[in-house]
Structure formats: C-alpha cells, structure tokens
Design a protein around this ligand. Structure first.
Ligand code: ATP
Ligand code: MG
Length: 438
C-alpha cells in the first residue's frame, strides 16, 4: 500500500494527553506492564488498533495489541512469559495467566511487486515480514479508527490518518484507496460491517461505493478464515444488526448462499432467523454462552428441511434420517464458503434431526428423549420455531412444562397425552423397527 496522500501525512498529529480521553484505567494491567517494560528498555511502545479505539469510545476493550520498534527476538529477551508465533509474520505473545498480549514489530506493507521478501527454492515466501517504522506500519492497517497509536512515553496519541476525527464522527474510513484496499483483503468488507454493528459507526460512502461490485471477491478468501470472521460477526452481541448490514451490502449471500436465497423469499423463515439472532444477542448481553452450531443450524434449517423432503420422496426413510442426510449434503455445500469444524456440524445435525421427535412421542421413548445430550439445544430450537408459528405453541408449552415435572409426573404426562399438546395425533407405530440412536 502506498501513501496516496489523500488521507494522511508522514508526520503524525500528536494529540496530547489532556486533549483525549484514553485513560490507563481502560487498559489492562498486563498490557500496561508490557508497554512500560518496552519503554524502559529504550524501545518505542504503542498501544494500537481496537484497544485505543474502544478505550476512546469507553467500551472497555478486552483485547490489546502493542506495536514496537523492538524485533521479536528483542521482545522475547525482555519477557520470560513470551512465545514467538507465526511463520510469515512473527509476533510475540506475552502471557499473563489467561490473558495474552500481542506484541508486533512495526511492519512495512508487503505485496509490492518488487518486494524484497525472501523465497525458498520452490518460490514459496519464507518471510514477507518486512520490518518497518511506525510511519510504514500505519499504512497497512485497515480503517483510520484502527490506526491510532497510544504512546506510553507520554500518553499522547499519534494520528497519521485522521482516525481521531473519524472516531468522533463515528465513521469507518479505509486508509488509502478503498477499491485497492478491499481488493488486497476482501475480509475488510466484513470488518467494516462488524465494526459498524459493534460501534454504531456509519460506513463512509467511499467504502460503500468500493464494496459495491467487489463483494464476490470474498469467494477467494480461505474458508477457514471466514469461519473465524463468522464467529466475530455473530457472537459479539450485535448479531441482528450485523445480519441486516451484511444483507444490505450484499455480503450475507457470499457467506451463506443457501440461507440468503430462502430468507429473501420466505417471510416466516426470515422471522425465524431474526428471532434466533435476537435471542443470541440477549444471551451475550446476559453473559451466557452461545454456540455457533445453534445459529448455523438456524441458518441452514430451511435448506435442509426442503432437501430432506426431496430425499424422503425418493427413498423410504424416517423424517429424522432424512434431515440428517440432507444436513450432511447442505453442510458440504456450505463448507465451500465457510469451513465449519466437525465439532459444530455434528451436534448441529443431531439437533435438527431431533426436531420430528417432539411430536407424538409417548412413554419410555419420550422419557429417554429428555435425557438425550442434544435435547436442550433441540428444545430451544423448537421453541424458536414455535415463536414464528412453525411448531404448535401448545406443543412447545407441553415440553416446557414437562421439564419442570418429577419423573413420576413426566411418565404420567407422556402417557396421558394422545400427542403432546393434546391436538396432535400420535404417529402410527411402524411395524419396522425404527433405527433409533440411543
Ligand atoms: P476487535 O479486537 O474489536 O476485533 P481490532 O481492530 O482490534 O478489533 P483485530 O483483528 O484485533 O481488530 O486487529 C488489530 C489491528 O490490526 C486492527 O485494529 C487493524 O489496525 C489491524 N488489522 C487487523 N486486521 C486487518 C486487516 N484485515 N487489514 C488491515 N489491518 C488489519
Ligand atoms: Mg483487537
């Protein structure tokens, strides 16, 4: 990336401590320790990125990145609790209990055609880790609000690109030429949306314009990287807003093509997805855990259900089996975009395949269903379906109620119910032994 001169200058604007509100109270003790030790050893030491941005916005940052002119080896010699990671970009991770502070040496932008990065005999890049100074480091960052440097030497902020003003104006502006910066790394489009959702910033029109027509570039991004990004997009407590923004900017379909297709056609499914996103945001706000498998299950539910019906019309199988089979196929398609680890896809398919079991189950089988390791997730999923009228609300209440009962009462409930909710007929018993997982 070259300094186009449009959004910055070679000399920083230095904002002295009295003129900004970044307080050391907002910075973790561990991050401060690292900053001070580097400084005392004679190196430059700055807090950068989201830590400065969020501190300015009084959002209590949790993640702290530090930039310095010390090399990774020099950093390591200063800290006992330090590990160097990364092959291409060597970073130092300084550990304090569970907290890890990332310390990076100033880097110059790579990817120049006449790059002097090292290659091995096969031409593989060994290290495009070109160290630089702070003036160079700033240009490889994405948004101006992410490019403020908080100097531990005098607690001032160094601003090369107008980030200070952009934070005040609550706007996301790409450093340099937006079209080029998005082409360099299309994930920046997702980052724009994520920050807009989280920070309540507007995406500057120059960025919106550059995004238009370039969203397809996300197809070239490794699926594993998109999974990491997916987690950040949907588990930070702003999932609903993020979802709307992703759709608005034609990005959601790049991540979940099958979901986008159904959401755009089916109002009930769209309401179901929304409801799940709201639920997830509420859980995050309440400090409860969220699992990606639930939301992925929600996203893929209708595509899977539709395919399951087709598979069932082709071959004799139970509804559960059909859902499981269709789940496998739809997930395989989805993996091309976002690689979802098996530890999430397996429970997800289990959760979906359990859905037919809520209707018309009686006696011991119903009792053992309550003990199923995916019962809780499947139940939550079913309740969401009931919220949008896809499942009989009485059925949902029945299963809610039954969980509060003693085993004796439960046995009675399951016997009494002609079908839970009283309305549904029990399914006719098949003669064939159902192939049922334990
Ligand atoms: P948060 O921690 O809230 O996700 P962040 O801005 O700290 O936000 P990180 O992914 O932790 O984001 O990255 C730290 C910093 O590294 C960013 O602030 C930015 O300056 C730079 N950065 C990260 N990803 C990119 C990218 N894809 N392109 C350019 N710069 C990036
Ligand atoms: Mg960060």
């Amino acid at each position: 990336m070259k300094n186009t001169g449009k959004t910055g200058s070679a000399a920083p604007k230095v904002i002295p401590r009295p003129a900004h509100n970044v307080s050391r109270k907002e910075i973790s003790d561990s991050a401060l320790k690292v900053l001070y030790r580097l400084h005392k050893a004679g190196y430059q030491a700055f807090l950068v990125g989201g830590g400065v941005r969020d501190a300015m916005l009084e959002l209590h940052p949790k993640d702290f990145d530090i930039a310095t002119d010390a090399t990774p080896e020099q950093i390591r010699s200063l800290f006992g609790n330090c590990r160097l990671i990364g092959r291409r970009f060597r970073l130092a991770h300084v550990r304090f209990g569970r907290e890890v502070i990332e310390v990076a040496t100033f880097r110059a932008a790579a990817n120049h055609e006449d790059d002097d990065s090292e290659h091995d005999i096969e031409g593989r890049i060994l290290r495009d880790n070109v160290y630089g100074n702070i003036e160079e480091d700033v240009w490889r960052r994405d948004f101006t609000c992410n490019a403020l440097y908080y100097n531990i030497a005098d607690f001032s902020i160094w601003d090369y690109v107008g980030g200070f003003k952009d934070i005040k104006k609550k706007r996301l502006v790409l450093i340099g030429d937006p079209v080029q910066r998005l082409r360099e790394d299309p994930v920046r489009m997702l980052r724009a949306v994520r920050f807009a959702g989280k920070l309540d910033f507007t995406i500057h029109r120059s960025v919106v314009k550059a995004m238009r027509g370039q969203t397809g570039l996300l197809a070239n991004v490794p699926a594993a990287r998109l999974f990491d990004e997916f987690l950040k997009l949907f588990q930070s407590g702003f999932a609903e807003k993020t979802f709307d923004l992703l759709r608005k900017h034609d990005l959601f379909g790049e991540l979940f093509p099958a979901t986008e297709e159904e959401v755009s056609k089916d109002k009930t499914f769209a309401a179901f997805v929304r409801s799940a996103l709201q639920n997830s945001d509420k859980r995050v706000a309440a400090g409860k855990s969220v699992t990606p498998m639930f939301l992925i299950g929600v996203f893929l539910w209708l595509p899977i259900k539709k395919l399951a019906e087709i598979r069932r019309s082709e071959e004799k199988m139970s509804e559960s089996q059909a859902i499981s089979l269709a789940g496998y196929e739809v997930v395989a398609q989805q993996q091309r975009r976002i690689s979802i680890p098996k530890r999430f896809t397996i429970p997800m398919r289990e959760m979906l395949a359990l859905q037919p079991r809520f209707t018309g189950m009686r006696g011991k089988r119903a009792m053992s269903f309550l003990e199923h390791r995916r019962f809780r997730a499947a139940y939550d999923f079913m309740v969401l379906l009931a919220e949008v009228g896809e499942v009989d609300p009485e059925l949902a209440s029945f299963w809610t109620e039954v969980q509060t009962q003693s085993p004796e009462e439960q046995a009675k409930s399951f016997q009494m119910q002609a079908g839970p909710g009283g309305k549904r007929k029990p399914r006719r018993r098949r003669r064939r032994k159902p192939s049922q997982q334990a």
